[in-house]
Design a protein around this ligand. Structure first.
Ligand code: FES
Length: 154
C-alpha cells in the first residue's frame, strides 16, 4: 500500500468515524436536552384572574363588551360595574340589551339587569365582578364576585 493510499484510507476512516459519532451523538444530545427540559418543568401555577380593561376615557359608549376580561362594563351615577359575560348555562357570551338585561343567543336564557335568571335554561344568576383601578385603567378580577349594588367610583 502506497503512502497516498494509506493517507486516503486514514482520511476515509476518520470521516467514517466522525459520521458514526454524529449518528449516535446527535440523538443522545437531543435526548439529554429533553431530559433537562423535563427536569426544569414547572407546572403552571394559578390561572390569571385579573384583566386590564383599559381607561374609561377610551370607551365611547356604555355598556361596552370587553373581550379582554369577558365582561360587560357599565357606568351609572354611582360609578362603574362589571357583569360577567359568560352565560351560566353552558358558557356562551351573553349580550347586554338596551334595558341593561342580558340575553344568551345559544339557548335563549335571559337575565335581569341585576343578573337574576328571567328565562332558562340557565338557573344560576350572572356574576358581578370586582373592579379596581390600576394607574387610571380599570381592572377586573374574575375570581372575585361582588354584590350587584357595588360600584367603583370614577
Ligand atoms: Fe346560554 Fe345555553 S349557553 S343559554
Amino acid at each position: 500500500m502506497s503512502l497516498k493510499e494509506r493517507i486516503q484510507a486514514i482520511d476515509r476512516r476518520a470521516v467514517l468515524r466522525g459520521m458514526v459519532n454524529v449518528i449516535w451523538a446527535a440523538p443522545v444530545a437531543l435526548g439529554l436536552g429533553q431530559f433537562l427540559k423535563f427536569l426544569r418543568f414547572e407546572p403552571p401555577t394559578e390561572q390569571a384572574t385579573r384583566f386590564t380593561l383599559g381607561s374609561p376615557g377610551s370607551f365611547t359608549t356604555f355598556p361596552v363588551y370587553l373581550e379582554s376580561g369577558q365582561v360587560w362594563l357599565f357606568q351609572d351615577s354611582g360609578g362603574y360595574y362589571a357583569v360577567d359575560a359568560i352565560c351560566t348555562h353552558l358558557g356562551c357570551t351573553v349580550y347586554a340589551q338596551p334595558d341593561s338585561s342580558f340575553q344568551c343567543r345559544c339557548h335563549g336564557s335571559q337575565f335581569a339587569a341585576d343578573g337574576r335568571v328571567l328565562v332558562g335554561p340557565a338557573t344560576v344568576p350572572l356574576r358581578f365582578l370586582q373592579l379596581s383601578w390600576d394607574g387610571g385603567r380599570l381592572v377586573v378580577d374574575r375570581a372575585l364576585q361582588v354584590d350587584p349594588s357595588v360600584r367603583l367610583s370614577a
